[in-house]
Design a protein around this ligand. Structure first.
Ligand code: TNX
Length: 532
């Protein structure tokens, strides 16, 4: 069967295989006794966004498998927050820290989360983290502040991930007092689920990443020329037909109202507000091709799987258009617990300008009639806006002055700085480049108060980074475009401008590569960062 040479070769390989097996067995501990205790020192120096103040007090707090997480008061919100923290710690360290609802916090080694005595001057999202030799106390005015604060605790603990931790490890954490609260109330990310569709599970993963960097708005671009992604019971063909395509011709998909509610609840549990967008009157080919009555000529256009913009429009002068808009906004409002409704309004190049102005004003009334606050892309500032309407700037054309003149609040999304669908450089395979290349430093090195005349901090609600998905079709690609730019955007929204410095920031960012590897998050290995 085998000749001599083959036999020798076989014997040789068997010996190597046996040796490898023996060696590999040795490295697997057979019982907990054989786990080596590893003491690891965590650092306070890698937090993103950088806190308002960190006062190091020179001691060491030790977290071990014997620590407890104590919460007060004991209610659904604090239990959720306690469990969220416990899950992260336990999965990182293979600990099994329990949640306890009494005053055990004074015992050695415990973490104590409380809203009792929280400082209201730090606002709804602010928190204090007091770490001394005995315990780690997170205190806030509202549970929301606790949720933001546990992200700081998790980041501090994750700073030790680069070491081979096990359940016998102890974490030594420098003692300190951190006082922290956000600069802007609006710190968001937009995901375009219309050009490519993403599952509820993928969306939840994006929401978790947003939460880790203390962002608090998730804007979901639900409709566009290429797809309609939200079930509307009174107009079922929107999803049956309009949801069945996407860029490039894939199967697309849509969220049932139940799916959408799952997204809203998941985000709300993380103190993230969901902002649904129905883009109108342009970007509506999927709607018009599902219901030709929405077209002025009544003709059914074909489905669209390309990436052009500005060719579609709802018919502005037909009553049926406003019956449609009213139905869509009513149904969407009833499943969106949060106060905002985004009507798009961008790039309506196929709509006559007078018609456009009229349309936005009518839709504004419909949005208000369903109890929601209106948001639109900057073009809507050509219309008469009511007092609490919000304008999202993306190009900062002269229209901005209309918005400010009408006392509208602004969200800054400058395309040349924080459009996450822009390529990092000429070698990036994904993404577009019409607004330029955006390296990690470009996304970080700007301030929401710059590039617009006559605008003060009072006019600005905050920042939001859109990810348009013409070229992005799965979660791994979403992550690649988000990371490492997203943490910088979170810092722009949260931290005082005087604490922001690229040279120092990029050192902090370098450590987060380990966090992403631990979380299984894909990211772009930018040359600008010395990844540890
Ligand atoms: C412009 S920004 C758009 C989107 C595209 C994006 C591609 C804005 C309000 N509209 O329709 O997807 O560029 O980068």
């Amino acid at each position: 069967m085998y000749n001599n040479f083959e036999k020798k070769l076989l014997r040789y390989f068997s010996i190597i295989l046996f040796a490898l097996l023996v060696m590999s067995c040795k490295t697997i501990p057979t019982s907990s006794e054989s786990l080596k205790q590893i003491d690891v020192e965590a650092t306070l120096d890698n937090l993103i966004p950088i806190p308002v103040s960190i006062n190091k007090t020179g001691g060491i707090f030790v977290l071990s498998g014997g620590s407890n997480i104590c919460i007060e008061p004991n209610n659904d919100e604090t239990i959720f927050i306690g469990n969220y923290l416990a899950d992260k710690i336990n999965s990182m360290l293979q600990f099994n820290l329990p949640i306890i609802s009494d005053e055990k916090h004074l015992n050695n080694g415990n973490i104590y989360l409380t809203t009792i005595g929280g400082d209201s001057s730090l606002g709804e999202e602010g928190y204090e983290l007091i770490i001394n030799e005995n315990s780690m106390t997170l205190k806030s005015y509202q549970p929301e502040g606790l949720f933001r604060g546990i992200q700081s605790i998790i980041q501090i603990l994750y700073s030790s991930i680069k070491h081979a931790l096990n359940s016998a490890s102890t974490l030594k954490i420098p003692t300190c007092t951190i006082r922290d609260s956000p600069r802007f109330t609006w710190r968001g990310v937009m995901l375009d689920v219309a050009r490519h569709f993403f599952s509820v599970d993928d969306v939840k993963k994006v929401i978790d990443m947003i939460a880790y960097y203390k962002l608090n708005r998730f804007h979901i671009h639900l409709t566009d020329d290429q797809g309609w992604r939200i079930q509307i019971n009174s107009w079922p063909n929107l999803t049956i037909h309009g949801g069945s395509t996407q860029v490039g011709g894939g199967a697309g998909g849509y969220y049932t109202q139940q799916d959408y509610s799952k997204i809203v609840n998941y985000a709300n549990d993380r103190y993230i507000t969901v902002v649904p967008e129905i883009d109108m009157p342009g970007h509506t080919n999927a709607a018009v091709s599902s219901y030709p009555v929405l077209n002025c000529d009544g003709i059914t256009p074909a489905s669209y799987i390309g990436v052009d913009v500005g060719f579609s429009s709802l018919c502005i002068n037909k009553d049926s258009t406003y019956i449609f808009v009213d139905d869509v906004i009513r149904e969407l409002s009833s499943i969106t617990k949060d106060p905002y409704l985004h009507i798009g309004g961008d790039e309506a190049l196929a709509t006559d300008i007078a018609d456009y102005i009229d349309f936005v004003e009518k839709v504004q009334r419909i949005v208000h009639s369903h109890g929601k606050q209106l948001i639109g892309w900057e073009e809507i500032a050509q219309s008469r806006l009511e007092e609490n309407s919000i304008v999202q700037l993306w190009k900062n054309s002269n229209i901005v002055q209309n918005a400010v003149g009408q006392k509208a609040k602004l969200i800054r999304s400058p395309s040349s700085k924080i459009y996450l669908d822009m390529k990092y450089d000429s070698s990036t395979l994904l993404g577009q480049d019409w607004a330029g290349y955006i390296e990690v430093s470009d996304a970080y090195n700007w301030d929401p108060l710059t590039f617009i005349n006559g605008v003060t901090e009072d006019n600005i609600l905050g920042v939001e980074a859109p990810l348009w998905t013409e070229t992005v079709s799965n979660l791994e690609e979403i992550e690649f475009m988000l990371f490492p730019r997203l943490p910088g955007i979170a810092e722009i929204g949260w931290s005082p401008v005087v604490l922001r410095n690229w040279e120092e920031y990029k050192l902090r960012l370098a450590g987060h590569g380990f966090h992403w590897k631990k979380m299984g998050v894909n990211f772009y290995r930018s040359n600008e960062i010395d990844w540890e």
